[in-house]
Write a protein that binds this ligand. Structure first.
Ligand code: PMT
Length: 404
């Protein structure tokens, strides 16, 4: 499979057909490839697979109707159409293809396909006679003329007992095609405003060992740092991502160095020579255990004290370099966000600080966040948005400050 993609937003549309069960695997594979997925089902599709199955794998409620007052108050159908980077309808039944080919907008899925400017991919699945019928062929040709991409169908044994062309492609094959199409679109749409720059990003939390099996850690998932690395690569930079333990896929075009402790993160950063932009998005442990045990500590019934010593401040040392890059840091605060972040920016020698409120479900380990950007003589408030979008705004602010 091609390089996985971080943070690409896909609507998976499911129409009525026996192959609908395969769409559950498709959703799972897209998420494994790093995509964020929302599922929209036609009424007929819900007769084959329960929406709950898709909700469980996608982690989001499934949309089935156009006029769902509750869903519309969250993300209305037009917002959903705009949200998507791609729409994939799998399976696409003969009926759905006919409705789409004729511009019908008589349910949520067809309306979305008309309302989106994102590429629409269809994975047809139907009986071989239906696929071969001149009406379906005409609809297929019309859809292709309208810019829809067809994925398959494949030939082989069919659920109806016949053999021929009309089987839905396997989920893995569909994912491969989607990932390739998205990667091509990213390259084609990229603003190469960081071309020729070396951007170094730290991401995720560090783990400070207590003994061979225990460590001190924090709630950082790495999402913010990975989104920044992906965005810098999209904008043409050479990107080094120094990541604490994280299961996230490496963004396309990014060189990744995995580390565990703050000391390893610092060594990885210091091994890098020239850099143009340094982004410290990692939640680096401020302290480590002075003398981690070389054997598993035994429970004794007594209280246990650990002596903690301060870790080196990675970002401050980067800011102190003779040939310093533009330094972007973060401040994770539970209170006095603006005040503490402003002081931290100056104390650590950062050019730009991105302050966020953390705790109580905010900031850490979620796809979205809100940030307050502070720099010498300016500030910019970024309301709640997904971390890919925030990453773009951070680099736009870098350009605004440096005026290049
Ligand atoms: O990873 P996610 O789940 O997406 O969550 C994102 C985030 C909440 C981790 C991110 O938005 C964030 O706030 N990252 C910085 C967290 C943090 O450690 O903040 P801090 O206020 O403790 O540190 C201030 C700055 O100094 C940070 O840029 C940090 O990377 C840097 N630092 C801190 C300590 C240290 N020893 N070395 C450092 O370089």
């Amino acid at each position: 499979m091609n390089a996985p993609l971080s943070n690409q937003r896909i609507i998976v549309g499911v129409s009525g057909g026996i192959a609908a069960y395969k769409a559950v695997v498709l959703v799972r594979r897209l998420i494994e490839a790093g995509c964020e997925v929302r599922v929209v089902m036609t009424e007929a599709a819900t007769r084959f697979v329960a929406p709950l199955s898709f909700q469980a794998v996608s982690g989001h409620p499934v949309r089935t109707t156009l006029l769902d007052a509750e869903a519309e108050s969250g993300m209305d159908h037009i917002a959903l159409a705009r949200w998507a980077d791609a729409v994939v309808v799998a399976p696409a039944s003969a009926n759905l293809m006919a409705r789409l080919a004729n511009g019908f907008a008589d349910d949520l899925l067809t309306t979305l396909c008309l309302a989106t400017s994102a590429p629409v991919h269809l994975a047809p699945a139907m009986n071989r006679q239906m696929w071969a019928h001149p009406a379906t062929r005409a609809n297929r040709d019309r859809l292709v003329e309208h810019g829809v991409t067809l994925l398959g169908p494949a030939a082989g044994a069919q659920a109806c007992g016949e053999t021929g062309e009309g089987r839905m492609l396997e989920p893995e094959v569909i994912v491969e095609a989607i990932v390739e199409a998205l990667a091509d679109a990213l390259v084609a749409n990229a603003r190469p405003d960081l071309a020729g720059r070396h951007v170094v990003v730290t991401a995720g939390g560090t783990r400070e060992p207590i003994d061979p099996v225990r460590f001190i850690a924090n709630r950082s998932s790495g999402r913010m740092g990975f989104a920044l690395a992906a965005e810098a690569a999209r904008r043409g930079a050479a990107v080094t991502l120094i990541a604490g333990p994280s299961a996230l896929p490496t963004p396309a075009g990014v060189e990744r160095v995995d580390v565990e402790t703050a000391a390893e993160m610092q060594a990885a950063v210091e091994s890098i020579g020239a850099m143009d932009i340094f982004v410290g998005a990692a939640a680096v442990a401020d302290y480590r255990v002075a003398a981690p045990a070389d054997h598993k500590l035994k429970k004794s019934g007594e209280t246990l004290s650990l002596e903690l010593v301060p870790n080196p401040d990675i970002i401050r040392r980067v800011a102190e370099r003779a040939e310093r890059p533009f330094v972007i840091g973060f401040a994770a605060e539970t209170d006095h966000v603006r005040e503490y972040a402003a002081a931290k920016r100056v104390a650590k020698g950062m050019d730009l600080i991105c302050a966020n409120e953390v705790g109580a479900g905010k900031g850490f380990d979620r796809p979205d966040n809100a940030l307050l950007l502070l720099w010498d003589g300016g500030e910019h408030e970024l309301p709640q948005a997904d971390k890919t979008r925030l990453a773009g705004e951070i680099f736009d602010t870098y350009h605004q400050i440096t005026q290049d």
